[in-house]
Design a protein around this ligand. Structure first.
Ligand code: GLU
Length: 164
């Protein structure tokens, strides 16, 4: 069972994000990752397979600074245990990033539709359809795009999304 976290603060949160997913380690997992915003137009993502402390050290989680972020520990259901399949999953343009707990049961249909629309998938996960769906629906409001995306999803899920 995976774990998800999200933090909004006034100060740098990379250490707090790592601590938050370490607190969820007892649930069991195979991969972990973080995404942080620091005022740039793109979300900064670091992730890989393995234990939180080891991955955080190897991938330099502490070097990524910012005050808004999400984190994830993955228990793979769709796609192998690989760096590419670890969460967070960014959109094509890097403007949206998602972590997800659960299963999107209609992901095959959504993936096909989004691929036909030109979206490039980097993972084998069901999760990645969420981030591309939000990107697809986005016009001016992230909230509206997220709600529109949610209406298309079937399955069981808890999702955290960030966008600059
Ligand atoms: N279904 C997603 C995946 O395989 C999320 C699994 C989880 O809840 O950790 O990546």
């Amino acid at each position: 069972m995976c774990g998800i976290a999200g933090i909004v603060a006034l100060e740098n949160i990379s250490d707090k994000l790592v601590k938050s997913i370490q607190n969820l380690e007892y649930r069991g997992y195979d991969s972990c990752g973080i995404a942080i915003l620091n005022g740039n137009s793109k979300v900064q993502v670091r992730k890989n397979t393995g234990f939180v402390a080891a991955v955080a050290e190897r991938e330099g989680f502490g070097e990524v600074t910012g005050n808004i972020g999400i984190a994830h520990t993955r228990w793979a259901t769709h796609g192998k245990v690989t760096k590419e399949n670890a969460h967070p999953h960014p959109s094509c343009d890097g403007a949206f990033c998602v972590v997800h707990n659960g299963i999107i049961s209609n992901y095959t249909k959504l993936r096909l539709k989004l691929k036909k629309l030109g979206h490039i998938f980097k993972s084998e996960t069901d999760t990645e359809v969420i981030t591309h769906l939000v990107e697809h629906h986005y016009k001016k409001s992230v909230e509206k795009a997220f709600v529109s995306a949610l209406k298309e999803l079937e399955g069981t899920y808890a999702i955290t999304l960030i966008s600059p």
